[in-house]
Design a protein around this ligand. Structure first.
Ligand SMILES: Cc1cc2nc3c(=O)[nH]c(=O)nc-3n(C[C@H](O)[C@H](O)[C@H](O)COP(=O)(O)OP(=O)(O)OC[C@H]3O[C@@H](n4cnc5c(N)ncnc54)[C@H](O)[C@@H]3O)c2cc1C
Length: 255
């Protein structure tokens, strides 16, 4: 480790690798942490002022125009500020990158906005890595590809995995038993890992939907009373369009 220019040698029984997308810690231990272009999403977000939107509503835009292979969000933050961001599938964004999509959206919808901060990065939206442990090592968060493949959200799942890994690391140290890293891998796979696998199967189909299909799903949803406009109902509409989705949707929402 290098700290303020000084090289230090640190020894520990267990290392938790939480160094983000395409983790180098994982690679040093022999785990291939690269993300395929197909599974990588390119994301960009601004926090901006002078944004006039309903403060109690989150806005989502889907489709070719705004975010091919991903989606665009507007999250109000109070005082006429909002986070406006989007993620696009990296292999679909060769012609136009995420920041350009975002700039065009801002110019179209919020021409008078003042951008306060801007950030961009890659989000690994595939399945969890096949191997997230090695003797003495556990990978968590983006390093282990623990992002929800449909939503692209990795904060909560990364925190859940971090908590699991922390608890198991304490057990490893307490019991001096390195084989317990396998327990982390199993706990993750049995919980969110399995859910992410199903989300990934669903994503492979829904991200191929054309704008017309997305519009017709939205139209069907808007016919439902507000309290029935749930994620489960949304995916049910998707099943009507693509019956092959039925098994994964059933397992996700109805078991
Ligand atoms: C534009 C954008 C918007 C997003 N919005 C959301 C959202 O709204 N909700 C959500 O849930 N997720 C969102 N995500 C995804 C989310 O940010 C990540 O999934 C999450 O931050 C992963 O957390 P992490 O701790 O695993 O990795 P990171 O947040 O990437 O943290 C890894 C850390 O390790 C540090 N590091 C790496 N290598 C070294 C080293 N050698 N030495 C020391 N430090 C090192 C890095 O500097 C970094 O601080 C977004 C991503 C992007 C790009």
């Amino acid at each position: 480790m290098q700290y303020h220019g000084e090289r230090l040698l640190l020894k520990s029984k267990i290392v938790i690798g939480a160094d983000g997308v395409e983790s180098r810690v994982g690679r040093w231990a022999g785990i291939d942490t690269t993300v395929s272009m197909h599974d990588m999403e390119s994301a960009a977000q601004v926090t901006a002022a002078n944004i006039d939107v309903e403060q109690d509503t989150c806005y989502f835009y889907f489709g070719e125009k705004y975010a091919p292979g991903g989606y665009l969000w507007v999250f109000p933050k109070g005082n006429r500020t909002a986070n406006v961001g989007l993620a696009v599938a990296a292999d679909m964004s060769k012609q136009k990158h995420a920041l350009k999509f975002l700039d065009e959206f801002m110019a179209e919808k919020f021409p008078h906005a003042s951008v306060l901060t801007k950030l961009a990065g890659g989000v690994p939206c595939g399945e969890t890595l096949e191997k997230i442990t090695m003797p003495g090592l556990m990978l968590v968060g983006d390093a282990a590809h623990q992002v929800n493949p449909v939503s692209g959200g990795g904060i909560i799942s990364g925190m859940i995995a971090g908590k699991m890994a922390g608890r198991i690391a304490a057990d490893i140290v307490r019991n001096n038993d390195m084989s317990l890293t396998g327990q982390y891998e199993k706990e993750w796979q049995d919980s969110l890992g399995a859910r992410h696998h199903r989300y990934y199967n669903i994503k492979k189909v829904i991200y191929k939907f054309k704008d017309g299909e997305l519009n017709s799903i939205a139209a069907e949803m808007s016919k439902l009373p507000e309290n029935q406009q749930t994620l489960g109902a949304l995916f049910k509409q998707a099943v009507v369009k693509h019956p092959t989705l039925i098994f994964d949707v059933m397992k996700l929402f109805f078991t």
